[in-house]
Design a protein around this ligand. Structure first.
Ligand code: GDP
Length: 195
């Protein structure tokens, strides 16, 4: 897909603010610093899509981007940032629950993981949380350029096993540095958006 338009529509904190036009939606989740911004920018061919609120310590919001007026990317605030207060964490949890339990137009959630490392407890929790709501998950194992080619299989297996991935879910190795995996991701998105 050639992306001609990628614009933020709203930074929402509650359901009242979600767009209601019924366009299909793809959420993007991942722990802070995992490489989510780089993933989005690579996918959209943008140098820097404005993602100010994603910074730890800033207001946590669900950021809705319209892509070619065809679907939404919903950027979910990062998790696993140690310095977040308990109160903020609770607020985050409530916002996530409201979104993932109610959003009917949500087709799939992209969960960004780091292919170099075993998924963290937070990653596993996020995956289980999504499965609890029966949400299909596309796991992205990013930073592929940082591991030797002959280790790719073993690293992917570790991600799949640690998350205990559902056999219906898909995993795609990716690199924001080289663009490897980009076509596979767009192919996946095309199938979803066309449905
Ligand atoms: P975010 O906090 O999840 O949005 O993470 P960023 O996209 O800001 O990435 C965190 C750091 O990892 C930055 O220094 C990026 O340049 C680096 N990074 C992200 N993706 C890749 C990748 O695929 N390959 C390499 N080599 N570095 C990456």
């Amino acid at each position: 897909m050639k992306v001609n338009k990628a614009e933020i529509i709203i930074s929402a904190v509650s359901q009242k603010q979600y767009p209601m036009d019924g366009m299909p939606e793809i959420a993007l989740a991942g722990r802070s610093n995992v490489g989510k911004s780089s993933f989005i920018n690579k996918l959209l061919n943008r140098k820097n899509l404005a993602r100010t609120s994603s910074k730890p310590g800033k207001t946590q919001t669900l950021n809705f981007y319209t892509i070619n007026d065809l679907f939404y990317f919903v950027d979910v605030p990062g998790y696993g940032y140690a310095k977040v207060s308990k109160k903020e964490r609770e607020k985050w949890g409530k916002m996530m629950e409201e979104y993932f339990s109610l959003r009917e137009t949500l087709k799939v959630t992209v969960l960004i993981t780091d292919i170099r490392h075993k998924p963290t407890e937070d990653d596993v929790m996020m995956y289980n949380f999504l499965k609890h709501y029966d949400i299909p998950v596309l796991v992205i194992a990013t930073k592929l350029d940082k591991i030797p080619k002959n280790k790719k299989g073993a690293h992917l297996t570790r991600v799949i096993n640690t998350l205990d991935m559902d056999s219906n879910d898909t995993i795609i190795p990716f690199s924001s540095e080289t663009g490897e995996g980009k076509e596979a991701v767009w192919h996946f998105i095309d199938q979803i958006v066309k449905k």
